[in-house]
Design a protein around this ligand. Structure first.
Ligand code: FES
Length: 565
């Protein structure tokens, strides 16, 4: 098998000439023959001025290159697209599959024997792992790491749970315009990903638990020297993988690894987005995520990590308490410790080396959990025939069984126009319903599931209501929020049938979400739905590809033609 610079020659019909030409061009960069004869480790560059979460990527690349060269291989850095949550229109989710395709094709197209993917901001790690699974070249992940915490008036602040909490307080008139402006400068005090247990942290923890990154990779704060050292160590390891050709992602992304990831997702109080991304990652392999099995894991696995938004602390506290290795030790028999890792051994080796930190309270024991059952539950019912998700660990307990009158918003613009209308007919016991916010509907399944509390109720002190949508929610958000209703309303899912005044019943214990309208009436409403047509936004280009082929939330929202057999 060819390796190094000889891999994947450009097709000129003469392999010798293709290699001759390749060497001639690359020598323009000043490389020696010795360098060009080494095994090659590709390193993705996802730095972008639009992506502050990846602000440390240049340092991590330098460290990874150093590690590769110290181990005798040749690092080659190449760009891929980079996506930041707040700088991607319409949503970063709309672009995740494009990043996965870009990363996959650049790894395939260019000669490399192993690859290091450096990412972190929400959709980037899933996109990179989806790509790695499809290419199946030896891959090691370096997460960029979480931000350090912010401080305001003696309180610790974290992006973006506290962004939402303090913005809600501002909307309710509890924080004035001057103070909210000061807060704005303190919520994200360093480069790195959001430092609560949002999607970025969830994905980093799952990637580490799946053995795709070195131990402690998920939690080391982005600005710390330790983060740079682990990038160097990852570079060394990648060089060894480039020589040995193993382990490949297919050896690591096994049934056990995906189950371990689901256990960890429940135990950390992870982001609901994590389930969609894990499903998409699995669908690039022969493994499939089963929603019922995920729910069963949630009933069995306690929440052990006390981080916002389900708990009190931040990623740096999780790190100093022992990080993912210590969590895996506490989970004990709930995880398969024989699963192999990119470090060369198994999770058992990593757990054996986990640090015990006296007095820490961030990683709990099974005997003293943050919550006795997992963070998320899968709901079914006539409103969600293929499932919906609720993060009950971040919900108001008394609302987990609730029957109320629906107040329906037709779309995100409709919600934005009416939610704060003083004449809106709404009470704290109502159920806010948002539709046309799913994968195809909005498009890009925006994180709009955290519908704001109507201003007039917020001013009365209402902090939470039952909210239901086919949207996603930021992993940093909290509340009694039913998400990912599948199928979505834009493809004729039952959410399209709800009318203001209908009664909806939520019963999380029974795992049910139902619209209490009789069958005959629902059938007549279904018959009256307009036929689905391709909307104007999907007329051409990537948007058309996305619209025509994106799957629903229960299938991971990948393109239907990207799934592995
Ligand atoms: Fe990048 Fe939160 S905005 S991780």
């Amino acid at each position: 098998m060819t390796s190094g610079l000889r891999k994947g020659l450009t097709a000129y019909g003469d392999a010798g000439f293709s290699l001759f030409l390749r060497r001639a061009f690359i020598k323009a960069m000043g490389y020696s023959d010795d360098a060009l004869d080494r095994p090659i480790v590709g390193i993705t560059n996802t730095y972008s001025d639009y992506n502050p979460c990846h602000g440390n990527v240049p340092q991590l690349i330098e460290a990874a290159k150093r590690g590769v060269m110290l181990a005798g291989a040749m690092p080659m850095v190449f760009p891929t697209i980079s996506i930041h949550e707040s700088f991607a229109h319409p949503t970063s989710m709309f672009l995740r599959n494009l990043m996965a395709m870009d990363t996959e094709e650049m790894i395939r197209a260019q000669p490399m024997d192993a690859v290091i993917v450096i990412g972190g901001c929400d959709k980037t790690l899933p996109a990179q792992v989806m790509a790695a699974a499809s290419v199946d070249l030896p891959t090691i992940v370096i997460p960029v790491g979480p931000m350090v915490v912010g401080h305001h008036r003696g309180e610790e602040l974290g992006a973006c749970t506290d962004c939402r909490r303090l913005w809600s307080a501002h909307r309710a008139g509890e924080i004035d315009a001057d103070e909210i402006e000061v807060v704005n400068g303190r919520l994200a005090p360093s480069v790195g990903t959001c430092m609560v247990m949002g999607t970025a942290s969830t994905m980093a923890c799952m990637v580490e638990a799946m053995g795709l990154a070195l131990p402690m990779s998920a939690t080391i704060p982005a600005p710390h020297a330790e983060r740079i050292r682990i990038a160097e160590a990852s570079g060394r390891r990648a060089a060894a993988m480039a020589v040995s050709g193993e382990p490949r992602p297919s050896a690591l992304m096994t049934v056990s690894a995906f189950r371990n990831a689901q256990v960890v997702m429940q135990a950390i109080g992870g982001s609901t987005n994590g389930l969609i991304h894990l499903t998409a990652m699995a669908n690039r392999t022969p493994v499939r995520i089963d929603l019922e099995a995920f729910d069963a894991i949630g009933r069995e696995v306690p929440v052990l990590v006390d981080l916002k938004p389900s708990g009190d602390h931040y990623m740096e506290h999780f790190h100093h308490a022992g990080g993912v290795p210590k969590l895996l030790r506490e989970l004990g028999g709930l995880v398969d410790l024989d699963a192999p890792t990119v470090a060369g051994g198994t999770l058992r080796d990593i757990v054996a080396a986990a640090e015990d930190v006296p007095g820490q309270t961030v990683i709990r024991t099974a005997a003293s959990p943050v919550k006795p059952t997992g963070a998320m539950a899968v709901l079914h019912g006539n409103l969600a025939p293929r499932g919906a998700l609720i993060k009950h660990s971040a919900a108001t307990p008394r609302l987990l069984q609730h029957t109320g009158r629906a107040v329906v918003f037709e779309s995100i613009p409709d919600m934005a126009a009416r939610i704060d209308d003083p004449d809106l007919d709404v009470t704290a016991d109502d159920v806010l319903v948002l539709r046309q916010a799913g994968p195809k509907g909005a498009p890009g399944m925006p994180e709009a599931g955290y519908l704001p509390i109507p201003k007039k109720l917020g001013r009365e002190g209402v902090k939470d209501m039952v909210r239901i949508s086919d949207a996603r929610m930021s992993g940093t958000a909290f509340g009694t929020i039913v998400l990912h209703v599948t199928p979505e309303s834009a493809v004729g899912g039952p959410l399209a049938l709800v009318r203001t005044g209908d009664i909806i019943r939520l019963d999380v214990e029974a795992r049910r979400i139902d619209l209490l309208v009789d069958e005959a009436e629902l059938a007549s409403r279904t018959a009256a739905l307009p036929a689905a047509t391709r909307p104007d936004w999907a007329a051409r280009g990537y948007a058309r590809l996305y619209h025509d082929t994106v799957t629903q939330a229960d299938q991971g929202c990948d393109f239907d033609f990207m799934l592995a057999p």
